[in-house]
Design a protein around this ligand. Structure first.
Ligand SMILES: [Zn+2]
Ligand SMILES: [Zn+2]
Length: 465
């Protein structure tokens, strides 16, 4: 249950407490003026008894807050001097001033938020970013004003930092909130912040939620997210959160997420052995929805069987490469001649069917395998001489096995990528599990920009003795 309500519950409690303070203050003023007892005022501060009265007070308080916002007491900041080409990042340390956020054993959320935000700002500035804090010190700044400022500054992204509490003190970990309706970049930012803070802290992964509907994530016009970096109510996590060492880890994670957002790594998704009707269709549909281009190394026989699917690959803007005509290792690797014969047959079929004169190719089994050790060097030399470029891979879904488990394929892909700057990922569009896991796989690689191979991309080659 707590998964669904922890953050909302906290927000509600905060709001109720603030209102109680406001009502108590009003009563104190009234009591002083009228010379009546202060007991009522203090009583109100302690706890509201009558829910109906509280609801009415809440409504009044809400009207008052709205009025404050509309009345324009939030001065627009002076225009920020933008350096061309330099990203502007707004870091929002949640709460501040009389708005303390959540609290546990005298530790106030607002202080931890600010400490982490300052660390993030300092590091980002050191890396050449323009980083601005939504509040610079322990003063109250309405969330409406923070958002208004960020929009006026035309900031590129907005990251809000908060701490959590919950009744069940065993609850711990990081959760991140964003508005799913704000597009792919918005989601990518949230995923990166979530992923990288988890990585840098080793904290427990809680939810990444796209249904935040919070003012700061909804009203900011740029990509934004809100990260709850831990639970003050959990004694172990709360104990860590007050140390600058742990705060720095959180800050490092946030910075890494931000940096990867602006400077993603590159992944070349490559799909071998197709096309097939159903499974290739599933892969193409996902790629199209996400506006991702990939590379397909086609098998000539399968192109003959599924010419429409081959044409669709070309029409949808993917790179077409040659894999082979028949996927028969013993036959094609018999000699240089047999390899070239098979290759040329594939080349012609693909050209006739799709109109593509492919320049890129991939050896069945990779450039060095158990079947071609004797001839691989000669074949590679011959093919290079003929003007073709081959690509092996440096990461793989390992999906060319019997009944692969989709979850395992995602793990394989992540682990074999090893965080490299440039990844050529091997996959097979003919494998059912690959199509099934592709959406989730792409979700889990927010640090990578997906691109199709071109002749300009430096080839990845296996080592030949
Ligand atoms: Zn908060
Ligand atoms: Zn193959």
């Amino acid at each position: 249950m707590y998964k669904r309500i922890s953050y909302e519950q906290m927000k509600k409690r905060e709001t109720r407490r603030k209102r109680r303070v406001r009502v108590a203050c009003a009563l104190l003023v009234a009591a002083a003026a009228a010379g009546t007892s202060m007991a009522l005022a203090l009583n109100t501060l302690a706890a509201p008894e009558n829910p109906e009265i509280e609801a009415e007070e809440n409504r009044k308080a809400e009207l008052k807050t709205t009025a404050e916002t509309i009345s324009g007491n939030l001065a627009l900041p002076e225009a920020m001097e933008r350096e061309p080409g330099v990203p502007v990042v707004v870091i929002d340390p949640g709460h501040g001033g009389e708005d303390e956020g959540c609290e546990k054993n005298g530790i106030q959320e607002k202080d931890i938020n600010l400490a982490i935000a300052e660390m993030v700002r300092d590091r980002l500035e050191g890396m050449g970013y323009q980083a601005v804090l939504a509040r610079e010190d322990d003063t109250y700044t309405a969330k409406e004003e923070r958002v208004k400022n960020a929009n006026a500054w035309e900031a590129d992204i907005y990251v809000s930092i908060h701490q959590n509490t919950f009744e069940d003190e065993s609850v711990e970990g990081i959760e991140t909130w964003y508005d799913a309706g704000k597009g792919a970049d918005n989601e990518r930012l949230a995923r990166l912040i979530h992923q990288e803070t988890l990585k840098s802290t080793g904290a427990k992964a809680r939810e990444l939620r796209g249904d935040s509907e919070l003012h700061v994530t909804r009203e900011t016009v740029m990509p934004s997210c809100l990260v709850e970096t831990g639970f003050l109510s959990n004694s172990e996590e709360g104990g860590k959160l007050i140390t600058s060492e742990y705060q720095q880890k959180i800050a490092d994670g946030i910075v890494s997420g931000i940096d990867l957002y602006f400077h993603p790594k590159t992944m070349y998704l490559t799909f071998d052995d197709g096309p097939y009707v159903e499974n290739t269709d599933r892969v193409l549909t996902i790629l199209k929805e996400r506006n991702i281009k990939a590379t397909f190394f086609l098998v000539g026989e399968n192109v003959e069987r599924n010419p429409d699917m081959a044409r669709r690959i070309a029409e949808e803007g993917h790179t077409i490469g040659i894999h082979c005509y028949s996927h028969d290792y013993e036959k094609i690797y018999e000699s240089v001649d047999s390899y070239v014969r098979d290759f040329e047959k594939a080349y012609e079929v693909i050209k006739e069917t799709t109109g593509v004169e492919a320049k890129l190719f991939r050896f069945p089994g990779g450039s060095v395998n158990a079947y071609n050790k004797r001839v691989c060097k000669d074949i590679a030399e011959k093919m290079t001489e003929m003007g073709f470029i081959y690509y092996d891979w440096n990461a793989s879904l390992e999906d060319a096995v019997q009944n692969p488990d989709p979850k395992q394929l995602i793990t394989n892909a992540r682990e074999s990528a090893l965080g490299r700057q440039n990844v050529v990922m091997l996959a097979h569009d003919v494998v059912y599990a690959t199509g099934i896991c592709l959406d989730e796989l792409l979700d889990e690689l927010p640090e990578y920009e997906m691109k199709a191979l071109t002749e300009e991309v430096e080839p990845v080659h296996f080592h030949m003795d």
